[in-house]
Ligand binder design. Structure first.
Ligand SMILES: *Cc1c(COP(=O)(O)O)cnc(C)c1O
Length: 423
């Protein structure tokens, strides 16, 4: 029996789908301990937007460690944090005319979500928060309450409360305006809904199956929040940091969320780091009221700063993301046309695109075929039915083409023997 089966908890999951022992990685390529190479369309579930061991980030980190830079600092001020804050202000906030305070939370996405929910409840003095069907916000108790997925929710062991579930954009089909439903329920004094403090939303649902909220809908949601005195929390942990095509996923939507959560690719190097952006007037925290031992991961600050300086000083990076996104769209559209939208439907946008299959079993078969051909790609969606292509944003075009060719071959091999339709 190998040491993983012997000692590691049954809770492991990705390791079951991709049972290799990985050893090295560079860019979009992973190598296992026997030297077998894989193209990585998983990218740490969106934590490796700049690829594995990105040379620019690696150099910055090696220099920092070599000079005895501070590694751990609670929330003490350090030069690494100073440089990150200055860079985030000048390269991200100011050009977008955004004014926010930064709260460094514990280093995982769930930590940032917990802080955001806690702050919203504290500011408004109300318990409920609206979250959406198929939303994913993490698996700690508070974040899990906001998460829709039953498989995850059933692990909670206690009632998951204080969340009101509303239908996401398009949930009841495109001819049903779910905002109108929400507005009506929130406006009716006898609807049975106690006024929430906030709404938490992913503009593109990562784990939920790459469902995209329309611009008009999100603008309407933002207006609805103002109308009913609720804060708008955008959970940009997965869709942010360039994944959707721009640094924040909502940049083209003309909305200004009250609170934004970022994590996954924020450090750029796969190092744990999370922040909550909050409108300055919402910053009513008492010193130390919300804390955490690992809020000062300075190695992550160093690589995050290097990533911002290298990729976000002009629009070149965004243009290259758009170009790669087009290549994926083209490949996926041609597959969807070949098999028909009833069997294969294109989902998502930017470099968070996928193919919706008729069932989770079909999607899984495709990803298993891909793995045998040397491509790592996972599934998402309420029934695991969406094959989710998440390459690093920095992937070379030739590697992207190779990955798409493997995915295409895997789809054709799977669908040629199965004719089930997307519901
Ligand atoms: C991954 C994710 C989280 C949770 O982050 P963890 O680091 O796994 O706790 C929260 N929200 C969204 C949208 C995510 O994709």
């Amino acid at each position: 029996m190998d040491i993983f089966s012997e000692l590691e908890s049954n809770v492991q999951c990705y390791a079951r789908a991709f049972p290799a022992v990985f050893d090295k990685a560079q860019g979009a390529l992973l190598t296992d301990k026997y030297g077998q190479r894989y193209i990585d369309f998983l990218a740490g579930a969106g934590s490796l937007n700049y690829g594995h061991n990105n040379p620019v980030l690696k150099r910055a980190l090696l220099n920092y460690i070599e000079h005895d830079g501070i590694a751990h600092s609670l929330d003490l001020h350090t030069s690494a944090k100073e440089e990150f804050l200055k860079t985030f202000k000048t390269l991200i906030l100011e050009p977008r005319e955004m004014s926010y305070h930064l709260q460094f939370t514990g280093p995982t996405g769930a930590n940032a979500v917990e802080a955001a929910l806690k702050l919203a409840r504290k500011v408004k003095g109300r318990t409920n928060i609206i979250a959406f069907t198929n939303g994913f916000h993490g698996v700690t108790q508070g974040a899990l309450s906001a998460t829709g997925n039953r498989h995850h929710r059933e692990g909670a062991g206690i009632p998951l409360q204080h969340i009101i579930r509303m239908p996401y954009c398009g949930y009841h089909g495109w001819d049903v305006d779910t905002l109108k439903m929400m507005d009506r329920q929130l406006s009716d004094p006898s609807s049975g809904i106690d006024l929430p403090s906030a709404v938490i939303i992913e503009t593109i649902q990562g784990e939920g199956g790459l469902n995209v909220a329309e611009k008009k809908w999100l603008q309407g949601l933002s207006a609805l929040c103002r109308k009913h005195d609720m804060l708008l929390i955008v959970d940009d942990i997965q869709a942010g940091c360039g994944r959707s095509g721009t640094f924040f996923s909502f940049e083209s939507y003309d909305i200004q969320p009250d609170i934004i959560t970022l994590s996954k690719s924020l450090s750029g190097f796969g190092l744990p780091m999370a922040i909550v952006l909050l409108k300055p007037e919402l910053d009513i925290w008492q010193p130390g009221e919300h804390n955490g031992t690992f809020r000062g991961n300075n190695h992550a600050f160093v690589t995050a700063t290097a990533a911002l300086k290298h990729y976000w000083t002009n629009s070149d990076f965004e243009q290259s993301i758009a170009h790669k996104a087009q290549l994926i769209t083209k490949a996926f559209k041609s597959l969807s046309a070949r098999f028909g939208v009833t069997r294969l439907r294109c989902k998502g946008r930017g470099l968070m695109q996928g193919l919706e299959c008729a069932s989770g079993e079909i999607a899984e078969e495709i990803t298993q075929q891909a793995f045998q051909r040397g491509l790592i790609v996972e599934t998402s969606g309420n029934r695991g039915q969406v094959v989710k292509a998440f390459c690093p944003l920095t992937i070379e075009e030739s590697v992207l083409e190779d990955g798409l060719a493997i995915l295409t071959a895997s789809v054709i091999a799977t669908l040629s023997k199965c004719h089930a339709q997307v519901s």
